[in-house]
Design a protein around this ligand. Structure first.
Ligand code: NAD
Length: 248
């Protein structure tokens, strides 16, 4: 039997990068996959095709994860079509890096809304379904910069630290109903998000990574499979670092 057979998973911001790799790995492991991203495009269309080709159901919703009303609409649609949700992965996230001296209020608010309010939105909209059936796994994608901080990322690191506090609090709230809530803290992962930083930044990061390689989206996807499936049934409220040792 596959690790996620008969499970229904929703992943936010999954058209590319870590979300995409996770969606594909979940489908390979037998899960039906619902995913969101800002808009329908070639990436979202090809992902729907690739997931369905693995023999599972797939639905895409164009949605800004920071939009509360839209999230509630999606929850209603998911309940109507699938009847329940087993796994929620809050993956959607953006960066707007700048030193605090130069950081605009708009870039602070945008990153807060995309990265942190989105976690509130999706947990609020989807936990009732999980509580009702007394099972579920929620995985929030944080970052090691939410633990250690990073110059130029006051906005981003605040959201990733906030996600850790949110994760631990919700784990305490709903643990008694067997709904688990964990965070994954990736290190430096090669995705379109980090590609924009360039070769020099990658080489700087590499010096600090004991495993001497950047992480791949599949490294995070495998961590999510572990936290989603029945191999981790007694793990909740944890922050699992997946960083090749970077934060040691
Ligand atoms: P990415 O930019 O390659 O992909 C992110 C996807 O999320 C994009 O498709 C984007 O359109 C979507 N998205 C962003 N905000 C959204 C919103 N409000 N509504 C809907 N969709 C939205 O990034 P990635 O590297 O794959 O990152 C995925 C997650 O992992 C993010 O939360 C990021 O902060 C986190 N993370 C990444 C790294 C890394 O090194 N790449 C490290 C630590 C944490």
């Amino acid at each position: 039997m596959k690790l996620l057979e008969n499970k229904i998973a929703l992943i936010t911001g999954a058209s590319r990068g870590i979300g995409r790799a996770t969606a594909l790995m979940f489908a390979e492991n037998g899960a039906d996959v619902i995913f969101t991203d800002f808009r329908e495009d070639e990436n979202s269309q090809s992902l729907v095709e690739e997931i369905k080709a693995k023999g599972v159901r797939c639905t895409f919703f164009a949605a800004d994860a920071s939009n509360h009303e839209r999230t509630l609409e999606i929850a209603k649609a998911v309940e109507a079509e699938y009847g329940r949700l087993d796994i929620l992965i809050n993956n959607a996230g953006i960066t707007r890096d700048n030193l605090l001296m130069r950081m605009s209020e708009a870039d602070w608010d945008l990153v807060m809304n995309c990265n942190l309010k989105s976690v509130f939105n999706y947990c609020k909209a989807f936990t009732p379904m999980m509580l009702k059936k007394r099972s579920g796994s929620i995985i929030n994608i944080s970052s090691i910069v939410g633990i250690n901080g990073n110059a130029g990322q006051c906005n981003y690191s605040s959201t990733k630290a906030g996600i850790i506090g949110f994760t631990r609090s919700l784990a305490k709230e709903i643990g008694s109903r067997s709904v688990r809530v964990n965070a994954v803290a990736p290190g430096f992962i090669e995705t379109p998000m980090t590609k924009q930083l360039g070769e020099a930044a990658l080489n700087e990061w590499l010096k600090a990574i004991p495993m001497r390689r950047p992480g791949q989206a599949d490294d995070i996807a495998r961590t999510c499979v572990y936290l989603a499936c029945d191999l981790s049934t007694y793990i909740t409220g944890q922050v699992l670092r997946c960083d090749g040792g970077l934060s040691l």
